[in-house]
Write a protein that binds this ligand. Structure first.
Ligand SMILES: Nc1ncnc2c1ncn2[C@@H]1O[C@H](COP(=O)(O)OP(=O)(O)O)[C@@H](O)[C@H]1O
Ligand SMILES: [Mg+2]
Length: 379
């Protein structure tokens, strides 16, 4: 008995590429996911040849749909700019970045993915595990950077729990422009795209993985981001294959790691740092979230999860400490209401706290270039 995947490969073998080679022999196909009658894969081609390939994509989809036992099929066509993954530089400078040091991504390092035309720099906000306040930090950090006078966009790439629709109270779907490119949703003066706009919440996890890679490429390269100094990416939590692939696929200028102060969370943060170092993305620093709790009634400080752990860890690992955000009811309430605290209470101490972190991130970026591999820390 042959597997569904074998049947798919056999069907694809009868379809020629624009150059005439059987599809599976072109080296352009992603891994083929075939389970429970559902088939998914992507074809990555040079941007100049997309038109010819669109016909091939449609043929492939039709051929697979005709197979017995196939209930649904999705073949995604992903365009790569000329030179593909090996092209280390953005195609269309000049970024809006004003005081950015010239350190071009990819300089003197391993090949890095091509940049996004018009986008000065992309930074990841990441955490070793979920629930530490990564998304809350990402959105408030983005607003803080905006307050510093930068043009900022937000990309929510968290497949496990896209948060931007909720954090920014976005219910509408993005419109397409000319049927191919997507218009981001604008909130607080920032263009926003979320994986939550593109993938239904009920989509099973097994599907999300591969879909996400093509959705991510789409969100980066087929969205009218306009001219931005900075794009803040809310990454999926964890340090597994999905995260590693994303860290490699997005042309990152740096990463911000969010952790709570407990030892356990810090172990995960350490893994996160090791992951970014492995793919030569500079770690801009660690944020300690849910640090000291200040009682809203009596003003007493208490360190519910401990305090200062992330600062020590940062020192130990030789990465900057970016600041601490207190555990504060207002942060949670405002977040849940779709009004991040930096936007809704810009004059308060919490907003200032995020702006201070934003300033350190901006300064760190000015010095950051993609580095040669450093020590990989064993977590
Ligand atoms: N500093 C903080 N003080 C109080 N609540 C917080 C703080 N940071 C995050 N939260 C709350 O914790 C929960 C998880 O935060 P979230 O940003 O969604 O985490 P993650 O993206 O890491 O899963 C949310 O309900 C959020 O409002
Ligand atoms: Mg989140």
């Amino acid at each position: 008995m042959t597997s569904l995947k074998d049947d798919v490969l056999a069907a694809l073998g009868k379809i020629p590429s624009p150059e005439g080679a059987p599809l599976p022999a072109t080296g352009k196909l992603s891994d083929i996911v075939a389970a429970d009658g559902k088939v998914f894969f992507s074809i990555t081609v040079d941007a100049a040849t997309v038109k010819q390939w669109e016909t091939v994509r449609a043929q492939a989809e039709a051929a697979i749909r005709a197979l017995p036992d196939v209930k649904s099929v999705m073949v995604a066509l992903t365009a790569e700019r000329a030179g593909g993954g090996a092209a280390p530089r953005p195609q269309v400078p000049p970024p809006a970045a004003r005081q950015r040091a010239s350190g071009a991504p990819g300089a003197g390092a391993a090949p890095s993915p091509a940049g996004i035309p018009g986008v000065g720099a992309i930074i990841a906000v990441a955490s070793g595990k979920g629930g530490v306040g990564k998304s809350t930090t990402a959105v408030n950090l983005a607003l803080g950077l905006r307050d510093l006078g930068l043009k900022v966009g937000i990309l929510d790439a968290d497949i496990y729990g896209p948060s931007m629709p909720k954090l920014l109270a976005i219910r509408e779907k993005p419109e397409t422009i000319g049927g191919t490119r997507l218009k981001p949703i604008v909130r607080h003066g920032m263009p926003v795209m979320s994986i939550g706009f593109l993938i239904e919440e009920e989509t099973p996890m097994i599907w999300r993985g591969p879909m996400v890679m093509s959705a991510l490429t789409q969100m980066l390269r087929e969205v009218e981001w306009g001219v931005l100094d900075l794009m803040v990416v809310d990454m999926p939590p964890g340090t597994g294959d999905a995260q590693l692939t994303m860290a490699q696929q997005v042309p990152l200028k740096g990463a911000v790691i969010v952790s709570t102060p407990q030892d356990l969370a810090l172990i995960d943060a350490r893994r996160g740092i090791a992951m970014f170092r492995r793919v030569n993305v500079p770690v801009l620093g660690i944020v300690e979230n849910m640090s000291t709790f200040i009682c809203p009634h009596c003003g007493t400080r208490s360190d519910i999860f401990g305090h200062g752990g992330a600062r020590h860890e940062a020192e130990r690992l030789g990465v900057p400490f970016l600041g601490e955000v207190p555990l504060d009811m207002a942060i949670r309430e405002k977040s849940d209401a779709g009004q991040p605290v930096v936007a809704s209470a810009p004059d308060g101490p919490l907003a200032q706290c995020y702006r201070d972190i934003a300033a350190r991130v901006r300064d760190g970026l000015a010095g950051a270039t993609r580095q040669a591999p450093k020590i990989v820390i064993e977590a």
